[in-house]
Design a binder for this molecule. Structure first.
Ligand SMILES: Cc1ncc(COP(=O)(O)O)c(C=O)c1O
Length: 398
């Protein structure tokens, strides 16, 4: 045995496994539970002390978690380097509860202009109604964020890279600016997954995953994770517990099972996405491929410094485009179905209109663009499908 921290590939396989807790079973079974019964009042009191005072993981009541939940939580904490991980029923609720747990009425938060649109809707809707204001910042602002911080700014919320526009963000610079003013940095880390980026090690206080995407990996379950350091732990924990958030154990089981193959899947997503991205760069209709792993990408230097890999989600913008041309391309695809989400084993396509949500900075590229999720199919087949799609695009554009 060695005390050296295992590599990420080993961690995704081993993390959270607790044979003693699972009676020797490799995958922690699905514990369906609401009521847990106690032998006596003294036993209930002892369990209560262990749960609420010592923060131990013991069976108490279904909403407080079961071994199914703990296995997954411990695994994500290991991968993210977190003090604790809270689970939520979707990626969006992970974003919203993480923010809720770190603010109070009267605060201001800084949110990247490239944020996942429903996160913005929450900030402009429920959060505003609770008396918390949001200021959107240009995603590439870096250390310049200090000038945007108000005396009441308590949170910076980043997403790196943005899931439609793919700008990278200087997370260490954002963390430095946040901490200089006693604020917290929260990062939606879904694109890289905890395998390719660990925001807490870069200075962030909270790393959020829509585990729905790469961790589940099979497009059949919704789940979110909020990995926190000690600074964010009590606030986020209070929000999750007082609101009564709990994730069904079947979903947690699927996420844990998905996690075990995350490393091999992501490496293939990355390899396939790079082949497709390079091919797209050669196509005359394509003005720019939005993928930080490409050396030509404006965020490449930051990606190289802070990330150990790239996932399968990328964008492209055209020299000339129209809604009809993009529809002609998308509607005839055979290997790229049109659908929300990403991160499953399959390729997907969607039109992209980033400027509709922007307020801090204009998105200057021609619209609509196209977003692709590159799945695990053979790249020869994917490229043939895309070539036919671009021919339809060209014909429709005239
Ligand atoms: C970057 C990002 N964050 C969060 C979410 C929300 O995840 P979920 O669909 O699980 O609510 C998404 C979903 O597409 C996303 O792309």
């Amino acid at each position: 045995m060695t005390s050296k921290k295992p590599k990420a590939e080993t961690q995704v396989v081993r993390a959270g496994v607790n044979k003693a807790r699972n009676a020797g079973i490799v995958n922690t079974p699905v514990f369906h539970a609401s009521t847990v019964v106690f032998e006596s009042v003294a036993a209930l009191r002892a369990a209560s002390d262990r749960v609420f005072k010592k923060h131990e993981k013991v069976l108490f009541y279904g909403r407080r978690g079961t071994p199914t939940h703990w296995t997954f939580q411990e695994a994500i904490s290991d991968l993210e380097g977190a003090a604790e991980t809270f689970l939520t029923p979707s990626g969006l609720s992970a974003c919203t509860l993480a923010i809720l747990g770190c603010v109070k009425a009267g605060d201001n938060i800084l949110v990247t202009d490239s944020a996942y649109e429903p996160t913005r809707t929450f900030c402009d809707g429920l959060l505003a109604a609770l008396g918390i204001s949001t200021t959107y910042y240009p995603p590439t602002v870096g250390a310049g964020i200090a000038a945007l911080m108000k005396p009441n700014t308590t949170v910076i919320f980043a997403e790196a890279p943005g899931s439609h526009t793919f700008e990278m963000q200087d997370l260490p610079a954002l963390a430095k600016a946040a901490h200089a003013r006693d604020a917290l940095l929260l990062v939606d880390n879904t694109w890289a997954s905890p395998l390719f980026c660990q925001p807490l090690a870069l200075g962030a206080d909270v790393s959020i995953q829509a585990a729905t995407k790469y961790i589940v990996g099979h497009s059949d379950a919704l789940i979110g994770t909020i990995a926190v350091n000690d600074r964010a732990r009590s606030g986020v924990g209070r929000a999750v517990s007082q609101i009564g958030i709990v994730v069904a154990p079947d979903e947690v089981y699927l996420a844990t099972r998905g996690l075990r193959t995350l490393a091999v899947r992501l490496k293939q997503h990355q390899a396939n996405a790079m082949v497709v991205a390079k091919w797209l760069q050669q196509q005359p209709e394509v003005k720019r491929v939005l993928y930080p792993a490409l050396p030509e990408d404006p965020g490449h230097a930051i990606w190289k410094r802070d990330f150990s890999g790239a996932s399968g989600l990328l964008g492209m913008v055209f020299h000339r485009t129209s809604d009809a041309a993009v529809a002609a391309m998308i509607d005839g695809m055979t290997l790229f179905p049109l659908g929300f989400s990403w991160g499953g084993f399959e390729s997907l396509i969607a039109p992209s209109h980033p400027s509709e949500a922007r307020t801090a900075e204009t998105w200057a590229e021609p619209e609509p663009g196209v977003r692709l999720h590159i799945g695990l199919e053979h790249t020869d087949d994917l490229i043939a499908d895309l070539a036919a799609g671009l021919a339809r695009f060209r014909d429709a554009l005239g």
